[in-house]
Design a protein. Structure first.
Length: 453
């Protein structure tokens, strides 16, 4: 039997479970482990040695009943009173310059101070205000408490030089030991929470980057054999086949194309997330980009009995500088989304000149449909990755939920924005804006050209 059980029975305690570890000891270990991971390093900067001793008595005090507390902990598994109290790792400096050296050394060793108590007057060296300025240059996370009975600086001067900073607290002398203890406890906990939040954020960013790299690598690996499947199935369709064989080959080719589109979306989004996707700037014909994007949907539009039209300014010039592939991807994704969710009626693609500024012109792309529409509460979710307005839509209409997220990120990379206007049962209008480098002597006229398929 464990010694703690034997001592418990000696005092008449009932043992409920001999097998598992005692809850009290587990809690003590957990509290001790958490305490060991906390930064309780405090630096006192004051030219009065007696003040150093006062801080040591307050922040490094031991329990008067330490022996009794240890016996109690051994019996019941609770932490001793001296362990439960906040105790600090305390260092002292009598001048600002020596304190600065200590702060710099502590950071270089990976053991930074969490809190510093700074006296305002420390002749003949730096005063407290100048000391704090130097300390914050060396350690931006350091929490500071000004301890003073009077100061040569007004509050306005302090704010002007240090700003309204949440790292700063003023403690008026004479102060009680409780005030010092509470300030040290609160500020060290604040420092530790901020450090924990920073570490969690860095871990989340690293995990997101690893996910994006994994998706990018896997998309590349899968896309290579998929291209082989599509190539061979295309060649197979050019050979003599009976009707049944042709249906099979067409299904393979159609399914492979759909899978390749999904892989391309995943690859594009992972590259955007990891910062590897760059927007090019090459001459291109905006009118041709829109027309080619519309033509891609001639077969699915015809199969659903829909009308697809596009509207362009008549005076749209032939050449702009931008990324034609990504602009085409934006238009294609928006049209594909409209075709997917429209069962009857029409789809209209409209390009409108918005404004010219700074040598660039802003265009707005609208894709309006007469589809199922989107409820207002669902619209805010549409541009998030792997998200559709309703989970049931994924089962009915398919898709990864990446198309609109990619449109949003690409538009933002080209200096634009995205949005949606929709009513349930009446249709939806997805729009985005992009900025393109202008050509010399370009002007716009009001009339526009309407083309249909």
């Amino acid at each position: 039997m464990n010694s703690w059980l034997a001592r418990g029975k000696k005092f008449g305690l009932e043992v409920v479970n001999d097998d598992g570890p005692p809850f009290g000891l587990d809690r003590k270990k957990r509290m001790t482990r958490e305490a060991n991971n906390q930064n309780r390093r405090v630096l006192v900067i004051d030219d009065n040695q007696a003040i150093h001793q006062d801080f040591r008595k307050i922040l490094q005090a031991k329990s008067e009943n330490e022996g009794f507390d240890q016996a109690r902990a051994a019996l019941f598994g609770d932490p001793t009173i001296s362990e439960a109290l906040e105790r600090f790792d305390l260092d002292c400096a009598d001048q600002g310059k020596s304190a600065l050296m200590m702060v710099q050394m502590a950071r270089s060793e990976g053991r930074p101070y969490a809190v510093s108590f700074v006296d305002m007057r420390m002749p003949p060296g730096w005063d407290g205000l100048e000391t704090i300025e130097h300390l914050w240059e060396a350690d931006t996370e350091l929490q500071v408490v000004i301890c003073t009975a009077y100061t040569d600086h007004s509050w306005e001067d302090i704010v002007r030089r240090l700003g309204h900073d949440d790292r700063l607290l003023i403690l008026q002398k004479p102060f009680s030991s409780i005030e010092v203890s509470q300030a040290a406890t609160a500020l060290t906990r604040k420092w530790n929470l901020a450090r924990q939040a920073k570490e969690n954020l860095e871990a989340a960013e690293a995990a997101s980057l690893a996910k994006s790299q994994f998706l990018s690598n896997m998309s590349h690996e899968i896309r290579t054999p998929m291209n082989g499947i599509l190539g061979m199935s295309a060649l197979l369709l050019q050979t003599p086949l009976n009707d049944k064989q042709r249906r099979f080959a067409e299904t393979v080719h159609r399914s492979g194309t759909a899978l390749l589109d999904i892989l391309n979306d995943i690859l594009d989004y992972s590259q955007i997330e990891s910062g590897k996707l760059a927007v090019q700037s090459v001459p291109f014909d905006l009118r041709q980009i829109v027309e080619d994007s519309v033509k891609r949907f001639s077969i699915p539009v015809a199969s659903k009995g829909l009308e697809l039209t596009y509207l362009l300014p008549d005076s749209l010039p032939a050449r702009y500088e931008g990324d034609p592939a990504r602009i085409g991807q934006i238009v294609t994704n928006l049209i594909g989304n409209a075709v997917k969710f429209t069962e009857r009626g029409k789809i209209v693609v409209q390009v409108t000149f918005v404004e010219e500024s700074g040598g660039r012109e802003t265009f707005r792309f609208d894709v309006r449909d007469t589809g199922i529409g989107i409820a207002p509460e669902m619209q805010a979710r549409l541009f998030k990755p792997f998200t559709q307005a309703d989970g049931s839509m994924t089962r009915k209409y398919g898709g990864t939920g990446l198309g609109l997220a990619i449109v949003k990120r690409l538009a933002e990379m080209m200096g634009g924005a995205v949005g949606v206007e929709s009513k349930v049962g009446q249709g939806t209008n997805f729009w985005c804006t992009i900025r393109l480098k202008t050509s010399v002597g370009v002007s716009y006229e009001t009339p526009s050209r309407l083309s249909s398929m």
